[in-house]
Design a protein around this ligand. Structure first.
Ligand code: NAD
Length: 363
């Protein structure tokens, strides 16, 4: 355990169980330099406890960078509940889990993720104050952020952020992809899409988007390929098929391996780092939490403005990736630049916070 925790400098890993309702949960708190750890609760039928542990550690670590890069005063954490969501979920299990979350006293704040819904989080909320994402659905806000992030990519590649005449290939028209496709069509883009759900296919064909089979989406000749379904889709098999100039989408962990960012750069394909471009939902749930604590409602206009900042953030990251050279004198990938940028914010603020302040403000 400690070897795994030390490797990526985890602060705390907590195991909760409640035999009566079948709860088996792991919470990983990676880094709280910037504030309480924020991350969703995933319910998944892991093959083993080790697999669950590795997943929660990976997910929590990514949340630290994502929150830091989004300019939020939150740290990184994540939780998993082991089991098939269709079978293990019950009112008692969700409330029992909520009580355990409450016992952490606000060091970890959670919300929905794969296998959990807003409804489930509302049930947890009966027992804990430390949940968010119960008032605003984050998905449309994630789509809005991806849309503005795409503008940054277009400006960088074509010198103009307009979608007129731009062809986007979208993989997955679920909660995020569906809103994104509508925004793209409204703004004059041509959209090709894929999904494995036949109902979605019909719906989006009717809106004027062109459908291709799931395995053909990579080779669509387009300006932007937008992964909005699964992780790991940028890999050795798919990269040679890509005929786009930009990869910019909502999916988490798009790169199968970090070196795939360099492979994209070699082919002169601009990659918008996923944890920067898809932060709209996280910004939304973080804002909702802060507003609730302060007893005010979310100012949606201000929230959208905040999410639009993703465009400027990406422009800055693209610039860093062009200007910074690695030890071999090569430009660093946009993915590496984004990680450095986020890590630098944490390190600078860690240093700033070294001064002892009696009763210092915290969330
Ligand atoms: P979702 O489950 O609502 O949508 C995914 C869609 O992809 C579904 O319509 C599904 O049928 C389709 N799909 C699945 N496998 C496919 C395949 N092989 N080929 C084509 N389509 C396929 O999920 P979502 O909430 O829209 O999230 C999409 C991605 O964005 C996920 O990777 C998620 O982790 C990430 N993300 C989501 C949010 C959010 O706010 N929802 C925030 C950040 C990141």
């Amino acid at each position: 355990m400690f070897e795994l925790m030390e490797k990526d400098d985890f602060e705390e890993v907590i195991f909760f169980q409640d035999k009566k309702c079948g709860l088996k949960s792991i919470v990983a708190i990676h880094d709280t330099t910037l504030g309480p750890a924020l991350g969703g609760t995933r319910i998944w039928n892991y093959k083993s406890e080790v697999e669950a542990l590795k997943d929660v550690l990976n997910l929590a670590k990514a949340m630290t960078l994502k929150a830091a890069a989004a300019g939020l005063n939150f740290g990184g954490g994540k939780a998993v509940i082991i089991g098939d969501p269709k079978r293990v979920k019950s009112e008692v299990l969700l409330r029992s889990y909520g009580r355990f979350i409450q016992s952490l006293g606000g060091r970890f704040i959670t919300g929905e993720d794969v296998g959990t819904t807003i409804e489930d989080v509302r049930i947890m909320k009966v027992e804990t104050d430390y949940v968010t994402g119960v008032e605003l659905d984050p998905s449309p806000f994630t789509a809005y952020g991806v849309f503005h992030g795409m503008r940054a990519c277009l400006e960088h590649v074509f010198g103009d952020g307009s979608f007129e005449g731009i062809h986007v290939a979208v993989q997955g028209v679920g909660k995020v992809g569906s809103v994104l496709v509508k925004l793209l069509l409204e703004n004059g883009a041509e959209v090709t899409f894929t999904d494995i759900n036949p109902e979605k296919v019909e719906e989006f064909r009717k809106l004027g988007a062109e459908y291709v089979e799931p395995n053909r989406i990579y080779s669509v000749k387009c300006d932007i390929f937008s992964p909005c379904a699964l992780g790991g889709v940028i890999n050795d098999e798919t990269i040679p098929k890509l005929r786009c100039k930009i990869v910019a989408g909502a999916a988490n962990n798009q790169l199968e391996n970090e070196r795939h960012a360099e492979e994209l750069a070699k082919r002169e394909i601009l990659y918008a780092p996923d944890f920067i471009i898809n932060a709209g939902g996280l910004i939304t749930v973080a804002t909702e939490y802060v507003c609730r604590r302060e007893g005010r409602s979310v100012d949606k206009k201000a929230l959208l403005k905040e999410i639009e900042q993703i465009k400027a953030r990406l422009m800055e990251i693209f610039k860093i990736s062009e200007e910074l050279l690695d030890t071999f004198g090569r430009q660093i990938s946009t993915h590496k630049a984004a990680k450095m940028w986020a890590a630098e914010r944490i390190e600078k603020l860690r240093y700033m916070r070294k001064v002892f302040v009696p009763g210092s403000k915290c969330l």
